[in-house]
Design a protein around this ligand. Structure first.
Ligand SMILES: Cc1cc2nc3c(=O)[nH]c(=O)nc-3n(C[C@H](O)[C@H](O)[C@H](O)COP(=O)(O)O)c2cc1C
Length: 355
């Protein structure tokens, strides 16, 4: 039986990842009051590690208290949080997967409710209820969330320090790969897009100006993240709406990201504004892979990858690796089930008597 390219190892800097089917970062909104991982995270990520993904990408983790989406997000700014993440990384590694974490600064999409109270990004949480004032490149609100404060140079310096500290803490916690969240309409994305960045100073205007602070964010992460470990950026390839970031612009940004030490671009799209369409076609982000690859950096993608045929179509022709989101919420063993091999070759030996 031929081995699909999806199940072959991938090397990024000194890291060898056993296969190219990875868990996509997905917020669990289940941190304790100090932003520390809980038993939920340990079992949730541990089950997916047993489930055969090459890399477990832990959810978007705030670089500072006011950079989180909700008060239930994980953080990486305190020693207590580092110790909690150490539990996660040693568990994921001992179960055969590579522990990675996505760090993020939510920008104007900050300080809202958790999704299961049926509100999520539609319900701002004000200071009186334990929320905080969001920062963004320009004072333009996302939907009904608070109007963010326009970032000053001083705010920018502070955010860059937060990112450096989170990268250093991710290393100390034992993560092998780091992803900077540059998409989903968060701070990095807000700077890149002409729809959310109306600045007239050096951080706005032309694409060169709009990508300046995002590049500084990457450099801030790279500085305290070890040279032998890969840095990935989740990058929007298009805002999917008129007047927004274009694929050509994103390709130019990707090339610059390669020059400042980014080892892989994780393709995303849309979500900057509530009006952007939410594509449902299989492989919709992966299809941008060949175009983005012209930037000279390996590419990954998530987005409606549901079947073994999708994996075969994606890897290696469209992207170098895939990240699987919602199917892995429904089934931690999705990656094992989709493998077209004798279960005794892929499933953990403890489960062989099931077959
Ligand atoms: C519950 C949930 C939480 C998510 N949280 C994050 C996140 O923390 N960071 C991120 O970049 N994307 C996040 N996403 C997006 C997923 O990582 C993924 O890119 C998206 O769901 C598309 O892939 P899929 O079709 O396989 O689900 C989240 C998605 C879901 C469903």
């Amino acid at each position: 039986m031929a081995t699909s390219a999806a199940w072959t190892p991938l090397r990024l800097r000194e890291l060898s990842v056993p296969n190219r089917v990875w868990l996509s970062p997905m917020c669990q909104y289940s941190a304790d009051d100090s932003g520390v991982p809980t038993d939920w995270h340990l079992i949730h990520y541990g089950a997916r590690a047993i489930g055969g993904v090459g890399m477990v990408m832990v959810e978007c983790t705030g670089v500072a208290p006011d950079m989180r989406t909700t008060a239930q997000d994980l953080g990486l700014w305190s020693e207590e949080q580092v110790a909690g993440h150490q539990r996660l990384t040693s568990t994921i590694r001992s179960l055969g997967s590579v522990p990675a974490v996505q760090i993020g600064a939510a920008g104007r999409k900050s300080s809202h409710g958790v999704p299961w109270d049926n509100s999520g990004t539609r319900s701002p949480v004000g200071r009186e209820n334990g929320g905080w004032q969001p920062l963004a490149p320009s004072p333009i609100a996302f939907a009904s969330l608070a109007v963010p404060t326009e970032m000053t140079t001083l705010d920018g310096t502070r955010v860059l320090e937060d990112i450096s500290r989170a990268a250093r803490n991710a290393h100390r916690a034992g993560y092998e790969a780091l992803e900077l969240h540059g998409a989903s309409g968060y701070l990095f994305h807000e700077f890149l897009s002409p729809l959310s960045n109306l600045r007239t100073d050096g951080w706005g205007g032309s694409l060169e100006g709009r990508m300046r602070f995002p590049l500084e964010m990457v450099t801030a992460a790279r500085t305290l993240w070890p040279d032998d470990k890969p840095l990935i950026v989740r990058l929007p390839v298009s805002d999917l709406i008129e007047g927004g970031l274009t694929v050509e612009e994103a390709t130019a940004v990707a090339a610059r990201l390669g020059m400042v030490g980014v080892d892989m671009i994780d393709l995303a799209s849309g979500v900057l504004t509530p009006e952007a369409p939410r594509p449902a076609e299989p492989l919709h982000n992966a299809r941008y892979g060949p175009q983005l690859r012209t930037a000279g950096v390996p590419v990954a993608a998530s987005g409606v990858i549901r079947e073994a045929d999708h994996l075969d179509e994606a890897i290696p022709d469209l992207v170098d690796t895939v990240l699987i989101g919602r199917p892995m919420l429904r089934d931690p063993y999705w990656a094992l089930r989709i493998r077209d091999t004798d279960p005794r070759e892929s499933w953990p030996k403890q489960y062989h008597r099931a077959f």
